[in-house]
Design a protein around this ligand. Structure first.
Ligand SMILES: [Fe+2]
Length: 179
């Protein structure tokens, strides 16, 4: 499973610290195990049930990670008002922001639907649980927990703001409202 995840999401390799990278992959493995998904099913899991899309959760994770990586690079190059971000944490947070979704979703009669847990606990909440369970830094757990509307009343760190914006840039764009 470890190697399959690295192949499906090559952006794990952007995490330079091997221990941090391993914790990120482990977090995904826990989510897949709790959600009782096969790896082949994971390759088809959509990134959202809210819009009609062919984009999988893995594709979305890759896209958000690459976008957040680019944003962090610009922030750190420009240093406006002296603001910089922890680039490695941004990459880890992006890789993990939706790690709770394999727990939020399940499959019924061949269709992807909300799971029993997912009806009560959305992915930002289960994502924090998974991150804390594998011992990830609380700053990364915070980025997961605050990336969606759950974070709208929570002060977001600069790193969490980048994850939130990169995620919603993809989500809103793929709504294709002007297509
Ligand atoms: Fe997302």
């Amino acid at each position: 499973m470890f190697e399959k995840l690295l192949a499906a999401i090559p952006e794990f390799k952007l995490v330079e610290d091997p221990d941090l990278r391993e914790q990120c992959v482990e977090c995904w493995m826990r989510a897949i195990e709790i959600g009782e998904w096969s790896f082949d099913e994971m390759l088809e899991l959509p990134f959202t049930l809210l819009i009609d899309t062919d984009v999988t959760l893995f594709d979305h994770t890759r896209g958000v990670t690459l976008m957040a990586d680019a944003m962090a690079g610009v922030m750190n190059r420009m240093r406006q008002d002296g603001i910089t971000v922890n680039h490695q944490y941004v990459i880890a947070g992006a890789l993990l922001h939706d790690v709770g979704k394999p727990i939020e979703y399940s499959k019924k009669d061949g269709a992807f639907v909300k799971s029993r847990i997912g009806r009560y606990l959305r992915h930002p909440i289960t994502g924090v649980w998974l991150a804390m369970e594998v011992g990830l830094p609380v700053k990364i757990a915070h980025m997961i927990g605050s990336h969606s509307f759950e974070g709208d009343r929570t002060p977001r760190t600069p790193e969490a703001i980048l994850i939130h914006q990169a995620d919603f840039a993809w989500f809103h764009t793929l709504k294709k409202e002007f297509k």
